[in-house]
Write a new protein. Structure first.
Length: 354
């Protein structure tokens, strides 16, 4: 009887031990799932918080384009005292061209006190006032001001302008470090975004900014080529344009070698010349430049191949919505039969640039 009782007790202990192990195992699984959920939720909330400062200009940002896949993405980087002040006055302004083909970054500093014919019929004013002028009578001051800033940079440099970054003086040190000389150790500073997420605005996505950051940190410091513009550069753009020569040799426009005509579809002088300058600086082959046979309220792009990289580029850079194939014979212009692509700049685009 004693032996049988001892056996029952031992068997009962084994059952209890197995039960305890199951309870512990289930508790550990529950705790692990809870921990993973907390980490995921906190990461998601952090990402959402950061994204509140990224991708600001969703209303006019081209969703078909990303700087991640671009050969030569560009960024306008402006510093102001405080994003909450009105009007916003630019203290420092830079234009960066990330040349992935030649593994270098061109960094142009534009002194804010210089005067220029601001895009959008604002006349000759100091560069520092661009954001304020664009924000006049606007319901979206940051977005509209930034749009005028981008168009003004396009006029100055005759080169595409992809994204902008506005930073307050409180976040300037962070962005100067992330976009300047340094190493991948600066990756640790990305966490500082949480502290300054209300101190900057940009139409870059978080992923796009990270791609630019990693490119800058992957090249030697001497491949960040800095230059400060002079007032004379605004009057004679040949020196600026010459700095793009090696970039244009490797561009899609250069490799496709489409013949391109640029026509002024308005009564505003200088429109076609600026358009042709942008096309040439990106490696395009301009075969004709002049006025259209009639005026156009909105721009038109006539292409022999709507899927060509040249057609896509011109459509985005000049913000042209109406794109037609040559075979449709939609546009009766004298250059259509003599060019692969005809760019007709209408009052919509021209009004934003002049």
């Amino acid at each position: 009887m004693k032996r049988r009782s001892a056996h029952k007790i031992q068997k009962k202990k084994k059952v209890i031990n197995r039960g305890n192990k199951k309870v512990i195992y289930r508790t550990l699984i529950a705790f692990s799932l809870f921990f993973v959920s907390i980490v995921f939720l906190s990461s998601f909330l952090m990402y959402q918080r950061l994204n509140s400062s990224f991708a600001l200009a969703s209303d006019y940002k081209n969703t078909d384009y990303s700087v991640i896949s671009d050969q030569f993405p560009t960024l306008v980087y402006a510093v102001v005292d405080d994003l909450k002040t009105n009007p916003l006055i630019i203290k420092d302004l830079k234009y960066l061209i990330f040349d992935r083909s030649n593994k270098k970054v061109l960094v142009y500093t534009i002194p804010a006190e210089y005067k220029f014919d601001i895009a959008g019929k604002y006349g000759v004013e100091e560069i520092s006032k661009v954001l304020a002028l664009g924000a006049l009578n606007s319901q979206n001051p940051l977005e509209d001001g930034s749009k005028v800033l981008k168009n003004s940079i396009l006029k100055i440099f005759g080169f595409k302008v992809d994204r902008f970054l506005l930073a307050s003086k409180n976040s300037r040190a962070l962005f100067d470090d992330l976009l300047g000389n340094g190493s991948f150790l600066d990756l640790l500073r990305l966490r500082d975004f949480l502290e300054v997420h209300d101190e900057f605005k940009t139409d870059l996505s978080l992923e796009e900014f990270y791609s630019l950051f990693t490119f800058v940190k992957s090249i030697p410091n001497d491949r960040l080529i800095a230059r400060t513009l002079s007032q004379n550069d605004f009057e004679d753009s040949t020196v600026i344009d010459s700095s793009y020569e090696d970039i244009s040799l490797n561009s899609y426009l250069s490799s496709e070698s489409k013949s391109i005509s640029v026509l002024n579809g308005t009564d505003i002088s200088g429109v076609a010349s600026l358009g042709a300058r942008v096309v040439k600086n990106m490696g395009g082959r301009v075969v004709a430049l002049g006025n259209s046979d009639r005026t156009y309220s909105e721009g038109v792009l006539v292409c022999d191949d709507l899927n060509s990289e040249t057609c896509k580029f011109l459509r985005r850079v000049f913000n042209i919505n109406k794109v037609v194939e040559k075979s449709e014979n939609y546009v009766q212009e004298h250059e259509v039969d003599r060019s692969d692509i005809v760019v007709i700049l209408g009052f919509d685009t021209s009004g934003e640039l002049y």
